[in-house]
Write a protein that binds this ligand. Structure first.
Ligand code: ZN
Length: 251
């Protein structure tokens, strides 16, 4: 199942993508939403970010090669940080580079979408039961601010710094996906989720030991090597095999 959110005639809805058509749902699919109304051509709707998370939990340096390119060791335990829900944008919406940063980077990532409230999961298997599906996420980062401050909050939290989408796919194996990033059609990142230090199920379990995860919350799993700059006028694409392509302009 490929779940989406979309806007049509001023109304926002969850929906299911079936080929080139979208069918509206009465609520989020993880909240028991049921199909309502006729199928509509994809070309007649505007896709939104497929989730409305209360929080986005992210992890630093979860691929060895990316940790190396940042000149850092892989942490023993997952290094968590949070991106605010106010940073979320959908496919096609611009990433706006703030005046205060001279170096904004893309980070292509696989993200888990939570389907059921999860508190203190004891095992990866328990975490797995709470995950609804998988989507693409661009963990846009003001690298200069991250370097000078050490803290991640300001560098990772500017409005528009969290594109998510275009779909949440329920039927992929997150342990064997290709994550890539292109800027203006040129490949910048390409990695396999097989190379993660902590796999996505372990990460979700680890996060839930700290904070309760609610339906629609997002846990993003780190970026492979090849991060690089975005400039105004660029188009950036995050592609994950079996899920889709998240494409955003840079403004
Ligand atoms: Zn990241």
């Amino acid at each position: 199942m490929r779940s989406v959110r979309f806007e049509r005639a001023g109304r926002e809805s969850y929906g299911v993508l079936e080929g080139e058509t979208v069918r509206a749902l009465s609520a989020a699919p993880w909240a028991g939403g049921l199909p309502e109304g006729p199928a509509v051509a994809l070309a007649e709707v505007r896709l939104l970010a497929p989730v409305v998370p209360t929080k986005i939990v992210a992890v630093g340096r979860n691929y060895r090669a990316h940790a190396a390119e940042m000149g850092q060791e892989v942490p023993k335990e997952p290094l968590l940080f949070i991106k605010p829900s106010s940073a979320v944008v959908g496919p096609g919406q611009p990433i706006v580079i703030p005046e205060v940063s001279k170096l904004v980077h893309h980070e292509a990532e696989l993200a888990a979408v939570i389907g059921r409230t999860l508190t203190r999961a004891g095992t990866a298997a328990e975490a797995r039961q709470a995950i609804f599906g998988w989507t693409c996420l661009d963990d846009v980062t003001a690298r200069d601010i991250q370097r000078t401050e050490g803290h991640f909050t300001r560098a990772k939290s500017f409005d528009t710094f969290c594109p998510i989408g275009p779909v949440v796919e329920t039927a992929v194996d997150p342990l064997d996906l290709t994550v890539s990033c292109r800027v203006n059609g040129e490949q910048r990142q390409r990695g396999s989720t097989r190379d993660m230090v902590h796999d996505p199920y372990l990460l979700v379990a680890f996060v839930s030991q700290v904070m309760t995860l609610y339906p629609g919350d997002v846990v993003t799993t780190g970026t492979p090597e090849g991060v690089g700059p975005l400039r105004r006028g660029d188009w950036v694409e995050v592609e994950i095999s079996g899920i889709g392509i998240l494409k955003n302009p840079v403004a």
